[in-house]
Write a protein that binds this ligand. Structure first.
Ligand SMILES: Cc1cc2nc3c(=O)[nH]c(=O)nc-3n(C[C@H](O)[C@H](O)[C@H](O)COP(=O)(O)OP(=O)(O)OC[C@H]3O[C@@H](n4cnc5c(N)ncnc54)[C@H](O)[C@@H]3O)c2cc1C
Length: 381
């Protein structure tokens, strides 16, 4: 089946396949099975940056590749087909740089974007707190105005690459102002920035996740991102785009589960014939293939709307919701088709797919939050 809605996508798929064979498959298992405490794969991250993948959709003037959003989501889809956790490394770099590109001033863009686009710096998107996840506007991290700088205190949790970040886009309240603002923390070596790697993450293990205690962290005044009180808008604007990226992660994972299922069904013999001859198996594969196709259509539609400069919040929410639930469905069916050889990871990649996909329905807005966005738009609030 032709997956593409534009011929440019084929080039992306070929490019990622070559990259995956050289740089992903040789380290995939080792990164997934690394014992605690896990180490962020800095060399691989730099390799992904050097290949131009992190900055794939970023402006060329900041060392990005200037590609369309459709090409970017195809890149993520393909990376996640080969290894979703490694694909996530790339997605996080993009997510965290997005607010600087879209809401930063020229000086901030010049200072930070190129380093993020090329993997020389590891940026992070620092919003979630122990008591503010889905309800992100409830953040209590606070910055106090001290004249030429802010002094920030608070706690953040579940931050991708937060354990190793050297450039944090931090969402917090400025004392005396009720709404969220955003600050760029470019010195995470200061004593008050205490980051740790969260342990025993179920999946997506190559990309580490951090918790951060923030105690009297100094941020220069000029590092305010955009305008006071617009942080929540910036965060939600960033997540709108990022949700199409998560849809692409789900799509890659779902397609992999489907391909693994077809291959196994043709090869595994039971009752004297390949199990692909059994209608029970054929129906599972038909359901998977149909859902993958629908998820692909939603994902590419949202990406193309973004490329045309149209509003796409609802389409992004639909794409994320459907694609991530499709990944869950397909991986579950793949496990069924593989039987015991799916459940025991020494025999197949199905267990890893099972672990990796689960977070897609949680981060960057849970499935329930996507349904709220969709229903709110259709019914009205
Ligand atoms: C591996 C990982 C990586 C992450 N990366 C980042 C990152 O880089 N940066 C960052 O800032 N955050 C990150 N997050 C945080 C993530 O975005 C949050 O976990 C997510 O938004 C959900 O918040 P929560 O975990 O506090 O769950 P809660 O908000 O406590 O939700 C618990 C349950 O209640 C439901 N619920 C909550 N409110 C409603 C409602 N109004 N209606 C219906 N149901 C509702 C939720 O859908 C969920 O099922 C990451 C999380 C994980 C696990």
């Amino acid at each position: 089946m032709n997956k593409n809605v534009d011929p440019c996508q084929e080039t992306v798929r070929e490019m990622v396949k070559t990259f995956a064979e050289k740089h992903m498959y040789p380290v995939s298992k080792e990164l997934d099975e690394m014992p605690e405490p896990r180490k962020f794969p800095k060399d691989l991250y730099r390799e992904i940056g050097k290949a131009g993948f992190i900055g794939y959709g970023m402006p060329k003037e900041y060392e990005g590749q200037g590609k369309s959003f459709l090409e970017y989501v195809t890149l993520v889809e393909e990376l996640c087909y080969h290894d979703a956790a490694i694909g996530l490394l790339c997605s996080v770099g993009e997510l965290a740089t997005h607010p600087i590109i879209n809401f930063g001033n020229d000086e901030q863009k010049k200072k930070y974007v190129a380093d993020c686009a090329t993997g020389r710096k590891i940026p992070s998107f620092v919003l979630t707190e122990p008591n503010a996840g889905s309800d992100a506007s409830n953040c209590t991290t606070v910055a106090v105005d001290k004249g030429d700088h802010y002094l920030v205190n608070g706690e953040k949790i579940f931050i991708m690459h937060g354990d190793v970040t050297d450039l944090a886009v931090l969402f917090c309240k400025i004392e005396g102002k009720p709404k969220l603002s955003a600050l760029i923390v470019d010195d995470t070596t200061q004593e008050g920035w205490q980051a740790r790697t969260l342990k025993n993450k179920l999946g997506m293990r190559a990309a580490t996740t951090g918790g951060i205690m923030i105690k009297d962290v100094k941020v220069p005044k000029e590092n305010l991102l955009g305008e006071f009180g617009k942080g929540f808008r910036y965060a939600m604007g960033t997540l709108d785009s990022a949700r199409i990226g998560v849809a692409a992660q789900g799509l890659g994972l779902a397609q992999r589960a489907l391909d693994e299922s077809v291959a196994r069904a043709k090869e595994r013999v039971a009752f004297g014939a390949p199990i692909s001859k059994l209608q029970a198996i054929q129906w599972m594969i038909a359901d998977m293939a149909t859902r993958v196709e629908a998820a692909r259509a939603l994902c590419y539609k949202a990406a193309q709307m973004s490329d045309r400069g149209e509003r796409f919040s609802v389409e992004a929410a639909m794409a994320k919701l459907y694609s991530t639930e499709t990944a869950n469905f397909c991986v579950d069916r793949a496990m069924q088709i593989w039987g015991g050889y799916g459940y025991i990871e020494e025999y197949s990649v199905i267990g890893k797919l099972y672990r990796d996909q689960r977070v897609l329905e949680i981060y960057e807005g849970t499935s329930e939050v996507q349904r709220l966005v969709i229903a709110g738009n259709i019914i009205g609030r």
